[in-house]
Design a protein around this ligand. Sequence first.
Ligand SMILES: [Fe+2]
Ligand SMILES: [Fe+2]
Length: 287
Amino acid sequence: MPTLAAAEKLGRIVIRSLPTLPSVYYRVEETMRDPDTSAADVARIIESDQSIASKVLKLVNSSYFGFTRKITSLRQAIVMLGFSAVRNALLSISVIKAFGPGNEDFNRKEFWKHALAVAASARFISVDWRLGVHDDAYAAGILHDIGKVVLDQYLHAEFVRSLKLSQREGMSLHEAERRVIGASHCDVGEYLCESWSLPVRLGEAVALHHKPSVIRSDPRLVSVVHVADSMVRQLQLGHSGNYGPIEYNEAALEELNTGPERIADLLSKLRQEFAMNPDLFAIFEGD
Ligand SMILES: [Fe+2]
Ligand SMILES: [Fe+2]
């Protein structure tokens, strides 16, 4: 049963000051809107924050960005991967940096592993199935469960009750959150994306990743994130606190024009990919 007190608290999240993204992200966003911007301009802005710059470089060097040759500078990364791939790597680092290290009830390192694995898988699916949403898929993958971190931070006791309910009953965490809190990480995540002024399609992928049949503007993106999430859970990469059944929503499979055979094929490719490239989580080193 959603408690009134919890629902009221959730309302208070909205008026409390949520974490903000580092200013370097918005400066890059703005600069990229100028058609005369060069790779050197963007690299210079990112390099103004050395800790972010070194993590972005580590992230783009992880094989999930499709290059085996070592990228040694941000300028080179932008030239080789393009503005949008680097902006999304920067978004990922910025999102992780916006939140603190967490607590023992909800292992945030495992959580970010899950998010990074979903991001990498979503991008991999987009490339492998030629869906043309590579960079958005990566960003939406990183963000898809972000509402859980907000709930953990701002409604901790209720969120922990939701985790326990999900574990005890084998119920999807978003359902458990709805029962305990009256809203889910999908709702809260979408709100956070809006408050960060991220593109609407990313917020929608966050809002709908557990119910991709309710589609608003970008059905492919929503479906890719949904499928990537289920695959990563099947591959047991990281943990996001969800003890519910692993599902492949019919509407998402239809949207991606896929079925069990293609899913099985992709799962084995992803299993190999992750086994060969444990550097996915290298950006956590030194934290
Ligand atoms: Fe989720
Ligand atoms: Fe997830």
